[in-house]
Design a protein around this ligand. Structure first.
Ligand code: UDP
Length: 452
């Protein structure tokens, strides 16, 4: 067979590699599904800890190592030790994976991961908002110094938001507390000139100005929101969930409980997969939810449940409140009965709330969450942000006030209207000819041209 004819039979093969956390696996797996729906072969390479949770149609799964093949992150002595090992063992096993496919009909032609300098084409995939990416990009280029000096405040992103200290990522507010994560975030901008594409899980109508403001330093294509297709454009058949869940979702129990509840009358509460609240903060959220009078469904991961106040569960009428260890968040958010999402403002949860048009109460805890909360309240105006007291706790009255504001107070109508609008824009971005859809098509076309 000539080289040309063998090339014709080859299918472009993209491998996506997430950091093994729920908030990274979800958008990258979704991206892999999109690529598969556009005719590419897509594979997710995941660590032994993450791989068990992945069951997506049309996306193959391959193993790579993070150097901790028994327990993953939990086995590492520190965040830094884990990240270093993930980079070294990950690169080595990725090279082996590329070799494995070398003489097949689908050699790996592109690798998509967080930060990348790879032996084949590559795309750096940013799982944060473009606003957050701008901030770390400024830092990488020395245009913003850490720790942030008072004279550098507010930090301006494009011509949209003015971020004061409390709106900045915690990695910058208290840089000493998270040195490894801060380094990882800033290092994502190393070697970007050697990568073929920069992709970001956001979309033009949401963050046009942010992305334009730093386009020369960070020429990213916005390809989001990376939410299963059924909730947006519906073009990928049967794509109702991410296809990855590190914990077992109590799907049936949740849907049964929501069944029959009045439209837009339930508060859904979740702090994502990583946040761990203090006992005091758990207590305030618990009584705030009970006192607000609305029905609520609260995800409290098993490892957090011992922090619930002793008499809390017994004091809640079965019909009024449900605490679950994990759920299918999209399924819940899409349910007619949900009227408000109390969220830690992780970027995936934020895009899900925006995509499904659910008004939000932001209760950010760490990482990029404060910046996302600022945007929810002041830029997109689809919710409110709960304020902490002097001791850094959001009190029960504040929880009640925020839920009230979103559910029934004066601003509620405007917030709902804005939420509906952003939901439409999210759908448009992913629909045929939408801004993100075009960017994904362009990626696929360029990849094909580069190979053949
Ligand atoms: N999630 C879920 N079930 C839950 C809680 C969260 O499926 O009970 C999903 C949620 O839909 C989102 C992800 O977990 O896609 C959390 O990612 P995010 O970026 O919001 O937060 P992180 O967990 O990274 O802090």
């Amino acid at each position: 067979m000539t080289r040309e004819s063998s090339a014709l039979q080859q299918q472009d093969h993209v491998v996506v590699i997430p950091y093994p956390g729920q908030g990274h696996i979800n958008p990258l797996l979704q991206f892999a599904k999109r690529l598969a729906s556009k005719g590419l072969k897509a594979t997710m390479a995941a660590t032994p800890y993450a791989i068990k949770s992945i069951t997506a149609h049309n996306v193959a799964v391959e193993l790579i190592s993070d150097g901790f093949d028994q327990g993953g992150f939990a086995e590492a002595s520190s965040v830094q030790a884990y990240l270093e090992s993930f980079e070294t063992a990950g690169s080595r096993t990725l090279t082996e994976l590329i070799k494995k496919y070398e003489d097949t009909e689908c050699p790996i032609t592109c690798v998509v991961c967080l930060q990348t300098e790879r032996p084949v084409c590559s795309a750096a995939f940013f799982t944060n908002s473009a606003a957050i990416c701008s901030i770390f990009c400024y830092i990488h280029h020395g245009m913003l110094k850490v720790p942030i000096e008072t004279e550098d405040l507010p930090v301006k992103i494009g011509s949209v938001a003015e971020l004061c200290r409390d709106d900045l990522p915690t990695f910058l507010r208290t840089p000493g507390a998270y040195p490894a994560y801060l380094t990882m975030k800033v290092n994502q901008y190393n070697n970007l000139s050697k990568t073929d594409w920069i992709l970001c899980n956001s979309f033009q109508a949401l963050e046009d100005k942010e992305v334009k403001a730093i386009a020369e330093l960070w020429p990213a294509k916005l390809i989001g929101p990376m939410i299963p297709s059924s909730y947006l454009d519906g073009r990928i058949k049967g794509d109702k969930g991410y296809g990855a869940s590190l914990w077992k979702p109590l799907s049936e129990q949740c849907l049964n409980w929501l069944e029959g509840k009045v439209s837009k009358s339930v508060i859904y509460v979740s702090f994502g997969s990583m946040v761990s609240l203090s006992i005091k903060q758990m207590e305030e959220v618990a009584w705030g939810l009970k006192n607000c009078g609305w029905s609520f469904m609260w995800v409290v991961r098993e490892s957090e449940q011992s922090k619930l106040p002793n008499d809390f569960l017994d004091s809640i009428q079965e019909d009024k409140g449900l605490v679950v260890s994990w759920c299918n968040q999209l399924e819940v958010l899409a349910h007619e009965s949900i009227g408000c999402f109390v969220t830690h403002c992780g970027w995936n949860s934020t895009t899900e709330g925006l995509g499904l048009g659910v008004p939000m109460v932001g209760m950010p805890v760490w990482a990029d969450q404060s910046t996302n909360a600022k945007y929810i309240e002041d830029v997109w105006r689809v919710g409110v942000r709960a304020k902490e007291d002097e001791s850094g706790v959001v009190g029960r009255e504040e929880v009640e006030r925020c839920v009230g504001e979103v559910m029934e107070d004066e601003r509620s109508e405007e917030i709902r209207r804005n939420a509906r609008k952003v939901s439409e824009l999210s759908r448009e971005a992913m629909s045929e000819g939408g801004s993100s859809d075009k960017n994904i098509d362009e990626f696929v076309e360029q990849l094909k041209l580069m190979q053949h």
